[in-house]
Design a protein around this ligand. Structure first.
Ligand SMILES: *[C@@H]1O[C@H](CO)[C@@H](O)[C@H](O)[C@H]1NC(C)=O
Ligand SMILES: *[C@@H]1O[C@H](CO)[C@@H](O)[C@H](O)[C@H]1NC(C)=O
Ligand SMILES: *[C@@H]1O[C@H](CO)[C@@H](O)[C@H](O)[C@H]1NC(C)=O
Ligand SMILES: *[C@@H]1O[C@H](CO)[C@@H](O)[C@H](O)[C@H]1NC(C)=O
Ligand SMILES: *[C@@H]1O[C@H](CO)[C@@H](O)[C@H](O)[C@H]1NC(C)=O
Ligand SMILES: *[C@@H]1O[C@H](CO)[C@@H](O)[C@H](O)[C@H]1NC(C)=O
Length: 364
């Protein structure tokens, strides 16, 4: 009788959870997207929607669609990932280029939790006779040189008319300078330099398409000094940043209270149980079990959700499954004698109990 009651309560809870399943990555009551960009917490549009001022997003609706800007560094946001990266549009440095005023890429993110992602972004320079340097805080931190050859075909970036180099880890300050390697020839040529998302750049069929652009996408790392919320893990992404992640088998936003929800593997089609076994979602995973006669009962049990109580119930499920196994064993000698031996006397009692109440078990 008690078993039956517990089951009814749990199934009711599961139903409540299932109806509340629609996942939002923004803080409750806050704008979920700006234009085409999803804005997950700790980022947010408007007061009380971000975790602190450095994650404030300004959504400018004078563009169509609206464009989000990261206020702390005043850059257009292209994509925010909860894995600790953000793609922004960053300006190109130019010198002596036709129809273009000279401009310098100058950024100081030293008081923010942002830095250039050294694994996903590269410093790139274009032009002939170009000595392009990355200057950090009063020190040169890197750079590359590109040499001239007019018969060079514009499809590669290996040092002739175009060069690339890695950037130092955790680079927060950048001030690009463009000068000539030698003064004799090509000193007046058009020169460019920028930090760019490497995958994006490699995807360009012609890297010189960049000539017609004012901004290129770059990937920044971010880290939030947050305590990771329920069912989440904190892990070290790179050497310098820690990020939160939803626990195994769950998804959502680990920076929000109750932001992570169990993935229903049975519904998303990622797993399949072979007949006569039926898929049942569990916290962090799933189970294949054999329904008792009526498949309607099994369906009732597949409604997924995530409840701490389910952990408690996992034990009950086990007992149930073992009983199934026991029945199988009796009928078909399928599992051998092992499982029965493992059943303690207490479990055998529960087993008998459930067998007696079989008719109502799992019914709503
Ligand atoms: C939105 O963008 C336009 C065009 O760049 C600019 O003139 C305007 O000041 C921006 N509005 C806000 C609220 O930042
Ligand atoms: C320019 O490149 C071509 C092949 O790409 C090469 O044959 C030629 O020698 C190079 N010229 C100079 C001046 O380096
Ligand atoms: C580069 O191209 C591949 C294949 O077309 C695509 O999957 C990937 O998303 C592209 N990467 C970027 C950054 O555009
Ligand atoms: C991070 O949070 C802890 C406690 O919440 C605080 O003591 C520490 O000063 C914070 N660090 C930064 C860099 O904000
Ligand atoms: C906001 O959070 C970032 C990242 O944890 C931290 O570096 C910064 O000091 C915080 N700013 C304020 C004003 O608390
Ligand atoms: C999640 O954490 C909050 C506070 O951190 C707590 O109030 C809430 O009960 C927790 N939820 C679950 C399902 O554990």
């Amino acid at each position: 009788m008690i078993m039956q009651l517990v089951h009814r309560v749990v199934l009711a809870l599961l139903l409540i959870q299932a109806t509340a399943h629609a996942l939002s990555l923004a803080k409750p009551g806050c704008q979920e997207r700006c234009g085409n960009v999803v804005i997950p917490y700790p980022f947010g549009v408007g007061a009380d929607c971000f975790s602190n001022e450095t994650f404030a997003i300004a959504c400018n609706s004078s563009f169509s669609p609206a464009k989000p800007f990261l206020r702390a560094i005043n850059m257009e946001v292209l994509e925010i990932s909860l894995q600790g990266t953000i793609r922004v549009n960053n300006p190109i440095s130019t010198s002596n280029c036709p129809n273009r005023p000279d401009s310098t890429l100058k950024m100081d993110m030293s008081k923010t939790p942002f830095s250039f992602s050294d694994s996903q972004s590269k410093f790139t320079a274009m032009g002939c006779n170009n000595l392009a340097l990355i200057n950090g805080k009063d020190v040169e931190t890197g750079g590359c040189t590109s040499f001239c050859n007019s018969s060079w075909r514009p499809s590669t970036c290996y040092g002739i008319n175009c060069c690339q180099t890695r950037i130092p880890p955790s680079l927060k300050v950048i001030d690009v300078s463009l000068t000539s390697i030698y003064t004799s020839k090509g000193a007046e040529s058009c020169k460019r330099a920028f930090v760019v998302e490497q995958d994006w750049f490699a995807n360009l069929t012609n890297p010189f398409d960049v000539h017609f652009m004012e901004n290129v996408p770059v990937v920044l790392d971010w880290t939030a000094n947050a305590t990771c919320k329920n069912f989440t893990e904190r892990y070290i992404k790179d050497q310098y940043e820690t990020v939160c992640a939803c626990g195994w088998g769950s998804e959502g936003n680990p920076y929000l209270v109750n932001g992570c929800q169990d993935i229903d593997e049975c519904v998303d089609g990622s797993v399949k149980c072979t007949y006569p076994y039926v898929c049942v979602n569990t916290p962090g995973g799933y189970d294949c079990f054999q329904p008792n006669k009526s498949s309607k009962r099994a369906r009732a049990a597949t409604i997924g959700g995530f409840t701490a109580l389910l952990f408690l119930l996992a034990g009950v499920w086990w007992s149930y499954k073992r009983i199934e196994a026991k029945k199988l064993q009796e009928n078909e000698k399928f599992y051998g004698g092992l499982l029965l031996q493992q059943l303690s006397s207490e479990e055998v009692e529960i087993a008998t109990d459930i067998s007696n109440e079989n008719e109502t078990y799992l019914e709503l």
